[in-house]
Design a protein around this ligand. Structure first.
Ligand code: C2E
Ligand code: MG
Ligand code: MG
Ligand code: MG
Length: 286
């Protein structure tokens, strides 16, 4: 009887596997078609000077405009895109679209010279030896100064990187674009890599901030994180800022820039342009 149940369990398990593999394949096909059909759209979230509320940049965040399901968030399709290799084509579209969009902004709205356009790049993209050529081409075609572009790469991807990733990073940096560690504080236990990689900025994961609601020792922890990043000669940017109290604390601790729902959610291009056109100062800490 026990054996029977177990066999039944295995069968159910296999059916589920089969089902999920079918679903997986179906979604992969959908994703492939969606790239061909141009069903993706870019949202932008302002990166803000915490003291003044001035917009100092924007992070590009992709969404899938699904004909039936509506706006699909990246957590639902980026992992699949990475697994299937579709991220290469998608990532190229994102980079090109973002840079070309930015080139238009530069002609229509006032942007501070320290404005940075931040584009997320997956490790699979970094593993392509031709990534650098592609970035160089896009920059050349758009006539954008490379200094305006920052690529965000997750901590895990950076740390586990092999020769190709290191080659990509060094070549990208030599193009004059910035490299930023994304989701800092989630992926790795050693910090020595902070000093060894060709990066210039660190985006601290929102979990670090959200764990710190008011508690003194947690504030000290955040202060230590900021000091650590500074000691490595890098700039800290906090993501996931949701309250005025958080802005005030970060300012006290010497952090100058960040992003989060407190300032603005990610918005479509038209809304981002509106913010930029009016040189909007988002609510600041002081
Ligand atoms: P990420 O790069 O760490 O992006 C930050 C995420 O935090 C975004 O989610 C953003 O909407 C969200 N966020 C911003 N402020 C707040 C806040 O105050 N509170 C909370 N709770 N969340 C906040 P989103 O747009 O869903 O993107 C999720 C992840 O998907 C990104 O994390 C990134 O890893 C990936 N992703 C998004 N766009 C791209 C892309 O173009 N290429 C690649 N390779 N990955 C992307
Ligand atoms: Mg990011
Ligand atoms: Mg992040
Ligand atoms: Mg993230």
């Amino acid at each position: 009887e026990a054996k029977k149940t177990r066999r039944g369990g295995v069968k159910v398990f296999q059916e589920r596997m089969l089902y999920s593999r079918q679903l997986h394949n179906q979604m992969a096909t959908e994703l492939r078609d969606a790239i061909a059909a141009g069903e993706f759209t870019l949202y932008y979230q302002p990166v803000v000077d915490l003291a003044s509320g001035e917009i100092r940049g924007a992070e590009v965040l992709v969404r899938w405009n699904h004909p039936q399901r509506g706006l699909v968030m990246p957590d639902e399709f980026i992992p699949l895109a990475e697994e299937t290799g579709l991220i290469i084509d998608l990532g190229r579209w994102i980079l090109c679209e973002a840079v070309m969009t930015f080139a238009r902004w530069r002609e229509t709205v006032p942007l501070s010279s320290d404005f940075r356009l931040r584009v997320n790049v997956s490790v699979a993209e970094l593993q392509r030896i031709d990534l650098v050529d592609y970035v160089r081409e896009v920059l050349r075609d758009s006539l954008i100064d490379p200094a305006f572009l920052v690529l965000e790469i997750t901590e895990t991807a950076l740390v586990t990187g092999g020769d190709v990733e290191t080659y990509s990073l060094l070549s990208l940096k030599s193009l004059g674009i910035g490299i930023e560690i994304d989701d800092f504080g989630t992926g790795y236990s050693s910090i020595s890599y902070l000093r060894n990689l060709p990066v210039s900025m660190v985006k601290v994961d929102r979990s670090i901030l959200s764990q710190s609601s008011g508690n003194i020792s947690q504030n000290e922890f955040i202060a230590a994180v900021i000091q650590l990043i500074r000691a490595a000669g890098l700039d800290a940017v906090f993501e996931g800022i949701e309250t005025k109290v958080q802005v005030e604390r970060l300012l006290e601790m010497g952090c100058v820039s960040g992003q989060g729902y407190y300032f603005s959610r990610p918005v479509p291009e038209a809304a981002m342009l509106e913010l930029l056109r009016n040189s909007v100062r988002l609510p600041a800490g002081v």
